[in-house]
Design a protein around this ligand. Sequence first.
Ligand code: ATP
Ligand code: LTN
Length: 328
Amino acid sequence: MGRVLSGIQPSGQLTLGNYIGAMQNFVKLQHTEECFFMVVDLHAITVPQEPANLREQTEAVAALFIAAGIDPSKANVFVQSHVPAHAELGWLLTTLTNMGELERMTQFKDKSEGKDSVGAGLFVYPSLMAADILIYNSNLVPVGEDQKQHLELTRDLAQRFNFRFGEYFTMPEPYMPKIGARIMSLDDASKKMSKSSPNAGSFIALLDPPDVVRKKISRATTDSGREVKYDPANKPEISNLMSIYSHCANLSMEEIEARYEGQGYGPFKKDLAEHVVAVLEPLQARYNEIRSSGEIHNILKQGAERAAVIANRTVAEVKERMGFIAPR
Ligand code: ATP
Ligand code: LTN
């Protein structure tokens, strides 16, 4: 059995991109691996968050994990800040990280672009992410394509630590869906679907009501042709919608192409909306149940307790190897 860790930021409404790129794999991996799934609140505050929003979104993301099918008796679900060892290892790894490595990170470049002032936390964010992963000696990290570069840095830091202080950390690998590792915006297929987009029409939120989903899909940008064909280079908009279709209806691209041959985009979009709604409706019903029961707090408490046992052990070992003395 391997170890799996991943995190999602409570920085807005979770989208279909988060679901297809990451959460569907969380659900799959829980059956065969030892899993740790976190709401990464310490990462979310690398851009300004209103305290009331942060509180609400943290509970919402945790409840969405369960609503999406994560079984808390199989996987550990918890909040990053409830296991303070993450922040401690984050600092230790920050001291092993070079400025140049952080300057190259595309997520940092994207999120700091055009801003007058950028917090130092946003810059050192990848070292904390490396700590999240290495603290459990995780070997698999289910993420979307945008996180690949952070994973590469994590491996470099693990190697650097092992070289300087003796073999200790496991080398983690990204685990991505073959299709759908990068779901694009509905209004611009050159941009990733993002929960922090100012245009709500660009993403489908997991909690969007059915009619909103139908409207957003019917308005999604397409090319001026009429052939439903998977061709990401020449038909990026339709190919993106087909990736969503494929995940929600569990059909291959060939099956989707065959189904809409000669029919144009109208019937395709209509059916796509119904497949998305069929995935989201039961998820939303479970979400509402979990939120109103208040049971999420027990789940998070248990998850953090179990995670802390392993995380604390790692930090103690790392500090010992780096030459820190323990209190006696
Ligand atoms: P933002 O878009 O606001 O920057 P985010 O959604 O990328 O945030 P997280 O919430 O931390 O950031 O992402 C959680 C997981 O979802 C990550 O594994 C990320 O790679 C994945 N993910 C996010 N957006 C997409 C997308 N459009 N397609 C596929 N996977 C995605
Ligand atoms: N950086 C990720 C969120 C994240 C994460 C992690 C993902 C924080 N810690 C550990 C996987 C493993 C993001 O922005 N999507």
